[in-house]
Design a binder for this molecule. Structure first.
Ligand code: IPM
Ligand code: MG
Length: 362
């Protein structure tokens, strides 16, 4: 029995989570696993209901679960709240920190059926399969933040960016282990030509590289990396980088997969891991049954792989998605001429059915 905390959150979060649950239930049926789902409030929805975006009961539930499945949080309705009550700073960041989730994995894999869905040229993105490992509990996101009035008028705002050797070593070792299970190439991304934290980052990576002689280590400045990702993405296997750079580069890298609606993520490092799509709550399309649930369903596959060690089951989900895309089914974000457009729930139904079908074919 696997206990899963389900936190739909805000916006399209409430539409995509049920689709991932359908896929997990189909896996349970097929392989004889029992998944139990307990839903809890998070984000703006939690603020509206109980006055705080991360209620103590929600955190408690996550701690007592085997894994957490999160939809998305935030929206214009809560943007004007004092910063500690905003869904991002008041819920998502403390959730990551409290659960000790220092490693965020964002695999960018192009399903062949989607080669025309991207805005990028086919010959550039064909065969893309890279993994970004983003440090998730340090850096600018968690450094001291302050505002001071200036005597001459106006204000001064400060965000501190700091990293310790321990934090860097921990995430970089994680990335080396991941590279060893893949193609043995690690690119560490920093801004060591300007930032002190990046110089410590680079020195630490250089030091650790000696322990992993079988992995090819390279260093790249973040500005160059953002260009290389769309110039020649196949050069990358594993990218490891700090929190803020990882946030920005993964939105960019999502376009290599056709849509940000295809990018899943796993946040791990503590005793309970958290799985969520890399995209946000998309208030503009919320409630319209237009959201692409595939990033969330792929995040559920990552849950099977990383939290429950069910590799075969994870692949069955990925294969089901592969099959449906090959058959020409698309959510609006992936739509092209000649394809069949589906809403959020119909796409989720098809994935669950494809998981089941594979059973019948056996
Ligand atoms: C992400 C998101 C979050 C982040 C936001 C919602 C705080 O953009 O997971 O990439 O910046 O980490
Ligand atoms: Mg982001």
């Amino acid at each position: 029995m696997y206990k899963i905390a389900s936190l739909p959150g805000d916006g399209i979060g409430v539409e995509i989570i049920p689709e991932a649950i359908k896929a997990l239930k189909a896996i349970g049926e097929r392989f004889g696993h029992e998944f139990s789902f307990t839903e809890a409030l998070v984000g703006g929805a939690a603020y509206d209901a109980v006055g705080h975006p991360l209620p103590a009961e929600t955190l408690e539930l996550c701690r007592n679960s085997d894994a957490v499945l999160l939809g998305a949080i935030g929206g214009p309705k809560w943007d004007e709240l004092p910063v500690h009550l905003r869904p991002e700073v008041g819920a998502l960041l403390p959730l990551r920190k409290e659960l000790g989730l220092y490693a965020n994995l964002r695999p960018c894999i192009l399903f062949p059926g989607l080669i025309k869905a991207s805005t990028l040229k086919e010959e550039v993105i064909s065969g893309v399969d890279l993994l970004v490992i983003r440090e998730l509990t340090g850096g600018l996101y968690f450094g001291e933040k302050k505002r001071e009035p200036l005597p001459g008028g106006g204000e001064k705002a400060t965000d501190i960016l700091s990293y310790s050797t321990f934090e860097i070593e921990r995430i970089v070792r994680f990335a080396y282990r991941a590279a060893r299970r893949r193609r043995n190439i690690l690119c560490s991304v920093d801004k060591a030509n300007v930032l002190e934290s990046s110089r410590l980052w680079r020195e630490t990576v250089t030091e650790l590289a000696r322990e992993y002689p079988d992995v090819e280590t390279t260093h790249m400045y973040v500005d160059n990396c953002s260009m290389q990702l769309i110039r020649n993405p196949r050069q990358f296997d594993v990218i490891v980088t700090e929190n803020m750079f990882g946030d920005i580069l993964t939105d960019e890298a999502s376009m290599l997969t056709g849509s940000i609606g295809m990018l899943p993520s796993a946040s791990i490092g503590g005793t309970v891991a958290l799985f969520e799509p890399a995209h946000g709550s998309a208030p503009d399309i919320a409630g319209l049954n237009k959201a692409n649930p595939l990033a969330t369903i792929l995040s559920a596959a990552m849950m099977l792989r990383y939290s429950f060690d069910l590799e075969q089951e994870a692949r069955v989900i990925e294969q089901a998605i592969h099959q449906i895309l090959d058959q020409g089914y698309r959510t609006p974000d992936l739509m092209e001429e000649g394809m069949t457009m589906l809403g959020t729930s119909a796409m989720g139904d098809l994935v669950a059915a494809a998981i089941e079908d594979q059973k019948e074919n056996k």
